[in-house]
Write a protein that binds this ligand. Structure first.
Ligand code: C2E
Ligand code: MG
Ligand code: MG
Length: 706
């Protein structure tokens, strides 16, 4: 009956019980009957069919460790007729889910009916509540003990709470910040736009994360990694902002230290090459913008190595430090200095109007470098050499600017050290042009773009063709046929002149062979540069070529060597000329009269023939001095028993004058211009001298006869 009553009672409260997870029960010890309501079955995850309504059956559902507690509590409650029973125990279902149950019960007994003794109770499932409490406790623990600082504000950014770590980081007491806004921590390092952007992102994304500088209560700055999140309630209304801050100061310091090691030289504390590169870029961009000049200077200490060796590296390092300090002190705040390695420094002098505006500074730097250094007990003196280039006059990339300044620095060293030299742009452009043409010419040689023209040499008095001079021509794919004046002067002192000379020698011998085979026997003069002639192995190479073209007699070949270059090293040149002559090849001194032309030289130079330079020959018609020179050279050659030929015979009159002076052999436009190989035999076979020349010859013969 009681059970029915209970059930009726329970039925009424069932919706409420279900909502609150409260199960009700009643236990009748005399009959060992345990009545459960529906909610209690749910709490124990069982059904009326599977439960036989005894205390023992209930105990089976209770966690083994808590069974004794429950059965003892019930026993004692009955024995003592307790009106308050409050315990917690765990229920473990077949699916091993543990629930925590809070039991509240009381013993009831009707006054006159001992068998009416019963215990009525409720079981409340407090698992969720306990977990929530645990979570809350965990959150409180985190808030208190985390290594990060936490700040909680209301929706108007008024501080509600901060944790102990925050107090430690900022130096502010909790009581000092509650009610304030985080603006009190501002460092003024970030501008308004920074904060506006930060709050904009928080509103849009719900959070912002970034590095920020704030100010400690004592005024010092600290860096933090800050995450600000907004908290909204169910109505999407902002209720709080939570800020999570990690202190970055140590990391920043480590980063600075790392930067210092990577960007600054450990000996002088000056910026190193890594810093120099972007600085140069900046300085170059700015210089162009403001239309001024930037001086890039390479400074190298003179004789630093011996000092280092003499006093040891420790003193050497200290010396470098002092040098760095002096350089820093010499420069203005716009200028910069860095150490690029060893005893080399780079100075960037900005904002110059012209070259002269940095000369004073450079002189000052050199002067400061020379002043006595006192290190330990030593007094040391040294000097420096500086190379300078000016941007954008020297309008090249930064690395090339440094190379140019370095080149100028070596010139300063060569000029005796302790001075500065400015990079010579014109000379550099010249060198570059030479390099470019060198590459083009080497390629042209490979592509067989060169050919030889032949200019006749004749005996004017007897109307005989003696041979021809081979003159190089470049059949340029775009510019047409080029004379040597258009390309040779720039490469005269390079290896190209030797490669070309070898080709010309072989081509001349090949041409002689072709003419020989066609029955045209003649002689070719080849121009050989002094450098080529004096090249090691020249004679052997010539010998090899002569044996390769064995049909050609060595006497069919002549070498023309410029007087100036031949006389460079007289003994050496004489030796080679002698060796060539002993092979049977004759040697002429070209452009004679433009070099040293002293009697002594001429005496020692074993040349077969002298070629009077065309400038005198061409000029002698009008210029008495030229005429005197030509006359002198002719007289000299006769006295020294050398053959003589005149080049630049442009007119009949030139020939007449030369013949009258005793020079029979000539070459020039007045006889024939240089011509292709195919035209020369025909020309030679039909050559007729000016009749006046021939008549001179007749007079001569008649004169001899009388
Ligand atoms: P060079 O050896 O003194 O040759 C004579 C130059 O004078 C030639 O010029 C020739 O065309 C020019 N010439 C000849 N007769 C007259 C004249 O009556 N009036 C004038 N105004 N000029 C005359 P080209 O062919 O331009 O050669 C110039 C120079 O280039 C040569 O002077 C020679 O030093 C050099 N050269 C030419 N071919 C070679 C070569 O194969 N190897 C080397 N190393 N140098 C060469
Ligand atoms: Mg010549
Ligand atoms: Mg000449």
């Amino acid at each position: 009956m009681a059970i029915t009553n209970l059930n009726n009672f329970a039925d009424r409260f069932e919706p409420f019980q279900a909502a609150t997870s409260i199960g009700t029960w009643e236990f009748w010890p005399h009959t060992n009957h345990l009545a459960w309501d529906q909610q209690n079955y749910l709490l124990h995850n069982t059904t009326p069919q599977d439960f036989d309504n005894t205390l023992e059956a209930w105990l089976q559902y209770i966690h083994a460790d808590d069974r004794k507690l429950v059965s003892n509590t019930i026993d004692q409650a009955i024995a003592n007729l307790l009106s308050h029973i409050d315990i917690q125990f765990r229920v473990q279902n077949q699916d091993h889910v543990i629930r925590i149950i809070e039991l509240h019960a009381m013993v009831l007994q009707d006054v006159d009916a001992p068998n009416s003794l019963r215990i009525t109770g409720i079981n409340i499932d407090i698992t969720k509540r306990l977990h929530a409490e645990e979570n809350l406790q965990l959150a409180i623990n985190i808030f208190q003990h985390t290594n990060d600082s936490i700040i909680i504000t209301d929706e108007k950014q008024r501080i509600l709470d901060v944790n102990p770590k925050f107090v430690e980081l900022t130096g502010y007491k909790k009581s000092e910040v509650i009610g304030q806004t985080p603006r009190i921590f501002r460092s003024h390092i970030h501008n308004k736009a920074f904060y506006a952007n930060m709050w904009h992102i928080i509103e849009q994304q719900g959070y912002w994360r970034g590095e920020i500088w704030n100010r400690h209560r004592n005024g010092g700055l600290y860096a933090e990694l800050l995450t600000i999140s907004k908290v909204q309630n169910l109505n999407s209304k902002i209720t709080n902002y939570i800020g999570l801050l990690s202190d970055l100061t140590v990391i920043k310091q480590q980063q600075w230290e790392l930067d210092r090691i990577s960007y600054y030289d450990s000996i002088t504390q000056l910026p190193n090459r890594v810093v120099l590169a972007p600085r140069m870029q900046q300085a170059m961009a700015y210089t162009k913008q403001v239309d001024q000049l930037l001086a890039v200077c390479c400074l190298d200490l003179d004789n630093f190595k011996p000092i280092n060796d003499k006093y040891g590296h420790d003193i050497g390092d200290k010396l470098l430090f002092q040098v760095g300090e002096r350089l820093r002190n010499c420069l203005s705040s716009d200028d910069s200095v860095s150490r690029s390695g060893g005893d080399e420094f780079v100075l960037l002098l900005e904002g110059l109007k012209d070259i002269h505006s940095c000369e004073g500074m450079l002189a000052r730097v050199l002067h400061r470098m020379r002043m006595k250094y006192v290190i330990a007990d030593y007094e040391i003196t040294l000097s420096a050499s500086i190379g300078v280039t000016l941007f954008p006059a020297d309008d090249v990339e930064a690395d090339v600017l440094l190379r140019h300044a370095d080149q100028a620095m070596y010139q300063a060293k060569e000029a005796g050290r302790n001075c500065y030299k400015i990079f010579d742009l014109a000379q550099d452009r010249e060198t570059q042009a030479c390099q470019e043409i060198f590459i083009q010419l080497e390629s042209a040689l490979k592509k067989r773009e060169f050919l030889l023209y032949y200019q006749p040499k004749v005996d004017m008095r007897h109307g005989l063709v003696l041979g021809s001079e081979a003159l190089i021509r470049w059949k340029h794919p775009q510019r047409g046929l080029l004379s040597p004046g258009a390309f040779l002067p720039k490469v005269e002192r390079t290896s190209f002149i030797i490669h070309l000379g070898d080709w010309v020698l072989e081509e001349a011998l090949r041409q002689l062979t072709v003419w020989d085979a066609a029955g045209f026997i003649t002689k070719i003069s080849v121009n050989i540069s002094g450098q080529h002639l004096q090249q090691k192995g020249f004679v052997q190479h010539l010998q090899k070529l002569l044996s390769k073209y064995s049909k050609i007699m060595p006497s069919q070949l002549e070498l023309e060597v410029l007087e100036t270059t031949a006389l460079d090293d007289l003994d050496h040149a004489s030796d080679i000329i002698n060796k060539c002559r002993s092979l049977g090849v004759s040697v002429a001194i070209d452009d004679f009269g433009t070099g040293y032309s002293s009697l002594i030289y001429l005496k020692r130079l074993p040349a077969d023939i002298l070629k009077i330079d065309q400038s005198f020959v061409r000029g002698m018609v009008r210029d008495s001095e030229d005429r005197a020179i030509v006359d002198g050279i002719i007289g000299l050659s006769h006295a020294m028993h050398r053959n003589i030929i005149a080049e630049g015979v442009e007119t009949e009159e030139h020939g007449i004058m030369l013949l009258n002076m005793g020079c029979d052999l000539g070459q020039g436009y007045g006889i024939a211009r240089p011509m292709p190989a195919t035209e020369f035999p025909e020309w030679a076979n039909t050559y007729k001298p000016f009749p006046s020349w021939f008549q001179l010859n007749q007079c001569d013969l008649e004169h001899q006869a009388t």
